[in-house]
Write a protein that binds this ligand. Structure first.
Ligand code: GTP
Length: 385
């Protein structure tokens, strides 16, 4: 029998390819993609350690070494991190079972590696203890639940039904937020070494046995799996809607400018805004509101950056306008170019005088000559290439 109690251990699922977030994730795995200059999963580790977790097991596969290189043994995040690496994707349940030799015989949390939330894990664990089931899922209400697992609860908080990615749905519903507490006995329900989904293969069985419960939390929750939600996660952190270390740095002014950033006289910084180490903002440039400027990035004279993420080392030319866009590290934008709702992959070079808009994604290292794109439609054919 397992020892029931507040979990001290967690499994974090980080083996997916993150295809929907390309080109942000073309070179960097989603769990360590920078979010306000921190590897994303650091926000998860912060929350786990706030609630007494001492050991996190990363279930990795795709680009496993890249994750390990960033997170290491976890000491920088105040807990111990171990890794269980898959040779091929095992699905959400298979990936949990693959961690079994690294888990103690106690209850454990599971976190999808793309969930940004300050959910009260201690309250989730307390509900789990009180209800006494094999699993308790953190549920959050969302307005458009079609790409999530929908959950209906009975009055006693037990799960009545579990409907995975329904496709069609009208109105708000409670969804599986990708965070749960499980008892180790659940591992025995998972076949080893093959693709197996917790949402399809385990939760429905536990629910029909009356051993799965829900914990509803109305606090902050977002998954960062698409460019829109990745961008929005930055805005939410800048607006301090979610409890994070970055929120503490931003403080009541909603503004963080690294002490070694260079902001020229005559440049304007409009909060909420974050300017990283060594960034250079030239005279006449305007940054914000809702802008993250990464370490060493350059914003030349007269350029504007609004509601955008500009990662480390990006260079934005004079009088360029960047709005609602994500510029992955090392990208550059020529003078006078306009980007509206665009995503530039790592190392992309957009020449001067171009106009990109409408959700266009440009893949890493693409080079666009000066004055080559005036209308986004010309680039549409490249999307997804
Ligand atoms: P997309 O390709 O854009 O759907 O993203 P994804 O690969 O991350 O898939 P999804 O968002 O459905 O996965 C939710 C979480 O589970 C993410 O943190 C993934 O890293 C993780 N995950 C999904 N499938 C696997 C798997 O087979 N093995 C492991 N270890 N983790 C997985």
């Amino acid at each position: 029998m397992s020892a029931r109690g507040i979990p001290r251990q967690a499994v974090i699922l980080v083996g997916g390819e993150g295809t929907r977030l390309r080109p942000v994730t073309s070179r960097v795995p989603k769990p360590v993609a920078p979010v306000v200059e921190r590897p994303f999963v650091a926000y998860i580790l912060d929350n786990l350690s706030r609630h007494g977790v001492e050991r996190a097991i990363f279930s990795t596969g795709f680009l496993a070494e890249a994750i390990e290189a960033v997170i290491g043994d976890g000491s920088a995040y105040g807990l111990e991190v171990a890794y269980a690496v898959e040779d091929e994707p095992l699905g959400t349940a298979g990936a949990i079972a693959n961690c079994d030799r690294l888990l103690d015989e106690d209850s454990f949390y599971v976190f999808n590696g793309d969930v940004l939330s300050d959910v009260d894990l201690s309250a989730l664990a307390a509900t789990h203890l009180e209800k006494g089931g094999m699993g308790t899922i953190f549920l959050t209400p969302v307005e458009d639940p079609r790409r999530y697992g929908l959950v209906e609860l009975r009055e006693d908080a037990s799960v009545a039904s579990f409907l995975e990615k329904p496709g069609e749905w009208e109105g708000t519903a409670l969804i599986n937020a990708g965070v749960y507490v499980l008892e180790p006995e659940v591992l025995e329900m998972i076949p080893r070494g093959r693709l197996f989904s917790i949402e399809r293969g385990v939760f429905p069985k536990l629910a029909s046995a009356g051993s799965l419960y829900g914990y509803v939390d109305h606090g902050y929750w977002r998954d960062i799996g698409t460019p829109d939600s990745y961008l929005q996660a930055h805005f939410d952190i800048l607006e301090r809607q979610v409890k994070t270390a970055a929120a503490d740095e931003l403080g009541d002014t909603y503004l963080y400018v690294s002490p070694d950033a260079e902001v020229a006289p005559g440049a304007r910084i409009v909060p909420p805004c974050y300017v990283g180490s060594g960034a250079r903002i030239h005279a006449g440039a305007r940054i914000g509101p809702l802008a993250v400027i990464g370490a060493g990035a350059v914003v030349a004279e007269g350029a504007t950056v609004t509601e955008a993420v500009v990662q480390a080392g990006v260079v934005i030319g004079a009088h360029a306008q960047v709005e609602g866009s994500i510029l992955v590290q090392g990208a550059s934008v020529g003078s006078g170019s306009q980007l509206n709702s665009a995503v530039l992959g790592e190392g992309c070079v957009v020449g001067a005088g171009n106009r990109l808009a409408g959700g266009i994604c440009v893949y890493p290292e693409t080079e666009l000559p000066d004055n080559s794109i005036q209308f986004y439609e010309q680039l549409r054919g490249r999307e997804g290439s």
